[in-house]
Write a new protein. Sequence first.
Length: 127
Amino acid sequence: MGGARARTAGGETQPEPHTLPTRASCTAYESFYTQTVRVLDGAVVIRAHEHVSTDALAVARDRVGRVLGGCASSVRSNLRAAGAELRVVGKDSPLTTLPEFRHLRGVKVGVCPHCMWLSWHGGEGER
């Protein structure tokens, strides 16, 4: 998942296809997300790095509760069964600090052709 690149027909480089890390397959995931908040009886898990403020986690918890609070119990059960998670990125942190987006480091502004996520922190000055 590092910085492997493939050339397109137009000569541009793009990241190689990848598999996003999951909680079960990536120890970086476990060590990165040190804060956890469960919402709606565990239907949604909110995860964040230690540098994310507790206020940000509280806002995320309240918003998820507001949006999904009126859902039927079957919706909550489905979310819980699917392992629904919300991950909070730090205020001044690029998206590519998250383990599941590290493969986008250095990708120029645009969309990753393999996962279709927008990357706006690629290139110079990235942490």
